[in-house]
Design a protein around this ligand. Structure first.
Ligand SMILES: [Zn+2]
Length: 110
C-alpha cells in the first residue's frame, strides 16, 4: 500500500494522512521524534517551530521550504532519510511494538 492513507505511526491520531511530508516533519510517533532530535541540526535552520521538546511541526509549511530542507548540503541528511525510511518500512511489515527500540535509548551509530 502506497500513497495517501491514515498514518499508522502516530499514536492515537488517525486523522493524519501519511505522506512524505507528514512522515518527514509532522509525524509524532515517538521513534520518529527521537530520530529527529538526533538530527535536529538539520531541522532548526529551516523550521522555527522545531525544538528538542517539540521535535515535530504543527503548522503547515510551504513546499519551497520542504524542498530547501531536502536540498541542503549536508551528508547527514542522507543518513537521517535512510534511518527515517527504515522506521516506516519496519512499521508496515509487522507490529512496531514487537520490535526492539534502539532509538529510544540513543542511536548506536551516533
Ligand atoms: Zn504520523
Amino acid at each position: 500500500m502506497v500513497g495517501f492513507r491514515v498514518c499508522d505511526q502516530c499514536p492515537g491520531e488517525d486523522e493524519h494522512v501519511q505522506n512524505e511530508v507528514h512522515a518527514l516533519l509532522f509525524c509524532q510517533d515517538h521513534r520518529v521524534c527521537e530520530l529527529r532530535k538526533h538530527f535536529s541540526f538539520l531541522f532548526t535552520p529551516f523550521f522555527e517551530d522545531f525544538s528538542a521538546t517539540q521535535p515535530f511541526l504543527l503548522q503547515q509549511v510551504n513546499n519551497q521550504l520542504v524542498h530547501d530542507f531536502l536540498s541542503q548540503q549536508n551528508n547527514r541528511l542522507f543518513l537521517f532519510l535512510s534511518e527515517h525510511m527504515d522506521l516506516f518500512v519496519a512499521g508496515r511489515d509487522q507490529s512496531a511494538a514487537d520490535q526492539p527500540n534502539n532509538l529510544a535509548e540513543g542511536h548506536p551509530q551516533l
